[in-house]
Design a protein around this ligand. Structure first.
Ligand code: FAD
Length: 351
C-alpha cells in the first residue's frame, strides 16, 4: 500500500491548515469551514472514516481546534441526513456553515432503538407535538437547529426544531471534564409544535450513525493528542537545566519517548489505512480503539516527563489528558468496539 498522499488528497487538509479560525464565536469557525468546503464533503450516514482526503482534513483541524472537529462531525451527521431526506433550504444553509445543527439523539439509560426512546412525537393536526428530554446535547445554545430523535406512531423520526421554539428548555451547560467549549447541555421538550415538513425519517440505526460520527471525530482528535504529547514531552526532556542532567539524560525517559513515538506512528498509520480502505468496518474500529487508547497513554507519559511544570490548567498536555479519555467513551466505546471486532474476527475465522 502506498502511504504517500496525492496532491488532491492533501488539498483539503492544506486549506484547513491555512484557515483563519477565531477561538470565539463558534459561528465564525463554522462559516470558515463552510467556505473551505469541509462541511459538504462526503455527507451521509456512512460507517468508517470516509476518504483519506477527509481523514487528513480532520486531523489538520484536530491539531488546531479539537472541539471543532467534534462539533463539525455532529453537524455533518445531521446535515447528511437532511441532504438525503429533508428540505433543500435547510440543507443548503447547513452545508455552507451559515446554519449550525446540534444532534439531540442519545438518551442516558435508554437505547435509541425504535420503540425504546423516551422522547415522543404525537400527531397533532398537520404536524406533531414533541415531548421528552435529551441529557447531553453539544452546541445546544449555539446552534440554529436541534435535530431531535424521537419515536412517532409510524416509527423513529428526526424532528428539526428551532432552539427558540415555544416549549424548548435548554438547561445549564454540564461541567464536563473536557471539551467545555462544546457547551453540552440537557434539553427538555414540552409539547413543542413541529410542522410535518420539518420531520424526516430516521436512519435504520440512529445510535450507530451517532457512534460513527463520534468515532470519526475522536480518532482524529486522538492522533492530534498523540502528536501534541510527543512534541511537549520532547521539548521538556531536552530542556537544559541550571544543574544536573535534563530528563532525556535518564535512560528510562528515553525509553518512554521511544514508546510514545512508536504508538504515535502506529496510530497514525492504522487510521490512515482504515481511511484508505473505507469499507472495512472492523479495521476502522481497530484504528479507533488503538488511537484513542494510545492518546491516553501518550498524554499520561508526557505529563510524567513534564512533571510538576505540566500539572496546571493552562498546560496543553493536562487538557489533552482529560480530552483523551473522552475518546475511549465516545462513539463505539472501547468495550463496544472490542465486542464488534471480536464478532467480526470470529465470523472471518468461521469455516
Ligand atoms: C461531552 C459530551 C458531549 C456529548 N454530546 C452529545 C450530543 O451532542 N448529542 C448526543 O446525542 N449525545 C451526546 N453525548 C452522548 C454520547 O453520544 C454517547 O452516547 C455517550 O457518551 C455514550 O453513552 P452512555 O454514556 O449513555 O453510555 P452507555 O451506552 O450507557 O454505556 C455504559 C457502559 O456500558 C458499556 N456498554 C454499553 N453497550 C455495550 C455493548 N453493546 N457491548 C459492550 N459494552 C457496552 C459501555 O462501554 C460503557 O462502559 C455527549 C456526551 C458527552 C460526554
Amino acid at each position: 500500500m502506498d502511504f504517500e498522499l496525492s496532491e488532491a488528497q492533501k488539498e483539503l487538509a492544506e486549506r484547513i491548515e491555512g484557515l483563519d479560525l477565531p477561538e470565539e464565536p463558534i459561528r465564525a469557525c463554522f462559516a470558515a469551514l463552510g467556505q473551505a468546503g469541509y462541511l459538504e464533503r462526503e455527507l451521509g450516514s456512512q460507517e468508517g472514516f470516509g476518504s483519506l482526503a477527509m481523514w487528513e482534513a480532520r486531523v489538520a483541524l484536530a491539531r488546531r481546534m479539537p472541539q471543532l472537529v467534534l462539533a463539525a462531525e455532529l453537524d455533518r451527521l445531521v446535515s447528511g441526513l437532511v441532504a438525503e431526506r429533508g428540505p433543500e433550504t435547510i440543507s443548503a444553509a447547513l452545508k455552507s456553515g451559515q446554519s449550525i445543527a446540534a444532534a439531540a439523539f442519545s438518551e442516558r439509560d435508554r437505547n435509541t432503538l425504535r420503540g425504546e426512546l423516551g422522547t415522543l412525537a404525537e400527531p397533532d393536526g398537520d404536524g406533531f407535538r414533541l415531548s421528552g428530554r435529551k441529557d447531553q446535547v453539544s452546541l445546544a445554545r449555539a446552534c440554529d437547529l436541534l435535530a431531535v430523535l424521537a419515536d412517532t406512531p409510524e416509527g423513529s423520526a428526526i424532528l428539526l426544531v428551532e432552539p427558540a421554539a415555544d416549549g424548548v428548555r435548554i438547561g445549564e451547560p454540564i461541567d464536563t471534564l473536557g471539551f467545555q467549549a462544546l457547551g453540552t447541555c440537557p434539553v427538555a421538550f414540552e409539547s413543542v409544535a413541529v410542522g410535518r415538513e420539518r420531520v424526516i425519517e430516521a436512519p435504520d440505526d440512529p445510535r450507530e450513525a451517532l457512534r460513527w460520527a463520534e468515532d470519526r471525530a475522536v480518532t482524529a482528535i486522538a492522533v492530534g493528542i498523540c502528536k501534541l504529547s510527543l512534541d511537549r514531552a520532547r521539548q521538556a526532556a531536552d530542556a537544559p537545566r541550571q544543574a544536573g542532567k535534563p530528563p532525556a539524560g535518564y535512560q528510562v525517559v528515553r525509553f518512554q519517548l521511544a514508546e510514545m513515538l512508536t504508538l504515535l506512528q502506529t496510530a497514525e498509520l492504522l487510521a490512515r489505512r482504515a481511511a484508505a480502505e473505507s469499507s472495512d468496518r472492523s479495521l476502522a474500529l481497530c484504528a479507533k480503539v488503538f488511537a484513542t487508547e494510545a492518546a491516553c497513554r501518550l498524554s499520561d507519559s508526557a505529563l510524567s516527563i513534564l512533571a510538576s511544570a505540566g500539572y496546571r490548567r493552562d498546560e496543553p498536555v493536562a487538557r489533552a489528558l482529560l480530552e483523551a479519555r473522552f475518546g475511549t467513551l465516545a462513539g463505539h466505546s472501547s468495550q463496544v468496539a472490542r465486542m464488534a471486532i471480536a464478532d467480526d474476527a470470529l465470523a472471518r475465522l468461521a469455516p
